[in-house]
Write a new protein. Structure first.
Length: 471
């Protein structure tokens, strides 16, 4: 970057500013994962965590601001507004601190709280919006960012459409990988979100060698792998629309990875390799392992690790959070054992949609002999964020007694709060404790609701255990 040289730095290794430390991140072999998976090829990780902001987003953050300054879109003392899952915000905040700009970032409520705190630590302002709304909803973080940009007369980098995003990776990440592998890279695997990292890097690598295979890792449910964009828990990757940088002509394969595999892979890599990575990094590594299993012995598979696991300590690396979402099993005597003792299947969650009538809900409860139903948006399989509330037979009875016309009202007009959630691998004792104050619990497995657990279910389980003990 263009900065006035300080003659006092001549001959030293002192960087002029923190911005000069962006890029030139190391490439490291994942030796222990290679051995554990018996991979035939070399699997290496591009360590974007060594950027000043700890992520790959530092690269486009700098380029977007420099381009805006050149174009006159950003002037001294100006304001930057951007919707972000955290990493782009950190990159922008670092550049803004060096160049004297105010930052306002808009985030969804699925983002880990430490990311909000991190942005505030850099002096940024943060606005949090609900994740479970459509992009066109005025409460969505896209719409809120648009409104704030107008109200504050701000510059919005718009990483989803800004050509400087992929250009940053074309100019830096791609050339670095080519040089670091001596031109021998055969596969490049990266998560797709704004698509800047994968598109910019892929474009450079394909120009050097069209045979290099580009693989996009994508959360299950994201549009890139054929989903509808419905909610998933992994942060910073996947989308419910196709960004401007999306270029399928450059991608040889798109691999969908579940939240569960993403998170468990992140934990495994952190413990086995000593490289603390986040959920999106776990997703990329999970996809890269699939690619590496099919590769030839002389191949070099490179996976981009976008950020550090330090931003996910309260989520991916918190055992209680993971267990509550059904990603971990705490013991053998867990909720799964209670459900296994029932005759019904975990594959058929009983629910009602918000637009269905109270009459339909009552008939469904009567037909299946249940007293509570979760109210879920869309169609199964549901994400946890798509549970909107619940209906209870006692509360319905009281409502209809007061107003018989409620029978034909949409459920969403009279539904109660969401049922408390419990993970399928959590202890039965925890379920007993929660059922002291709740009529039923919503069981999550792999981050998705799979069943409703009642007091009757737990009593039947204890009765079965007692019978086995007597036998």
């Amino acid at each position: 970057m263009s900065q006035a040289d300080d003659p006092r730095l001549a001959g030293t290794a002192i960087a002029p500013s923190v911005l000069d430390l962006i890029g030139n991140t190391p490439l490291v072999r994942m030796k222990r994962i290679m051995e554990a998976e018996d991979l035939p090829c070399v699997l290496a990780m591009k360590m974007e965590t060594t950027n000043p902001g700890g992520s790959a987003k530092d690269r486009p953050a700098l380029e977007m601001i420099l381009a805006a300054e050149r174009d006159g879109q950003l002037r001294p003392g100006g304001t930057i507004v951007e919707p972000t899952s955290g990493n782009t915000g950190v990159g922008l905040a670092i550049v803004a601190a060096q160049r004297g700009y105010r930052c306002v970032f808009v985030m969804t409520d699925k983002v880990a709280p430490e990311k909000v705190s991190l942005l505030k630590a850099y002096g940024a302002e943060v606005v949090v919006c609900p994740v479970a709304v459509a992009p066109e909803d005025e409460r969505s973080y896209y719409k809120v960012a648009e409104r704030l940009t107008h109200e504050l007369d701000a510059f919005r980098p718009n990483q989803y459409a800004n050509p400087a995003n992929p250009a940053a990776h074309y100019a830096s990440t791609g050339p670095e990988l080519w040089a670091q592998t001596a031109g021998r890279i055969t596969h490049f695997v990266a998560g797709a979100g704004t698509c800047g990292s994968i598109t910019g890097t892929a474009r450079f690598l394909k120009e050097q060698n069209p045979a290099v295979r580009i693989v996009a890792a994508d959360p299950e449910g994201s549009v890139f792998s054929g989903g509808s964009g419905r909610p998933y828990l992994v942060e910073g990757v996947g989308e419910d629309f196709f960004p401007a940088a999306w270029d399928p002509s450059l991608y040889d394969e798109v691999i969908a990875i579940s939240d569960e595999e993403s998170f468990l892979t992140a934990r495994r890599v952190s413990q086995v390799e000593g490289i603390l990575i986040g959920g999106s990094g776990g997703m990329a590594v999970a996809a890269a392992i699939q690619v590496a299993r099919r590769a030839a012995p002389d191949d070099i598979v490179v996976v981009l690790n976008p950020d550090s696991g330090r931003g996910y300590l309260s989520r991916v690396f918190d055992d209680a959070w993971m267990a509550n979402y059904g990603f971990l099993r705490e013991c053998d005597r867990c909720v799964a054992a209670v459900l296994d003792a029932r005759s019904d299947s975990l594959d058929s969650l009983l629910y009602v949609n918000p637009a269905e009538t109270v009459r339909v809900a009552i008939e469904r409860m009567r037909q299946h002999g249940v007293s509570q139903l979760p109210v879920c948006k869309n169609q199964p399989p549901f994400a946890a964020a798509e549970v909107a509330g619940s209906v209870d037979e006692l509360e319905l009875m009281e409502t209809i007694a007061r107003d018989p016309s409620a029978m034909d009202m949409p459920v969403e007009k009279i539904m109660g709060p969401k049922l408390p959630t419990i993970g399928i691998g959590q202890q039965v004792d925890r379920a007993v404790e929660m059922l002291e104050t709740a009529p039923a619990l919503l069981v999550l497995a792999g981050g998705r609701p799979v069943s409703v657990l009642t007091r009757t279910d737990v009593l039947a389980y204890f009765e079965a255990i007692a019978g086995d003990a007597r036998g």
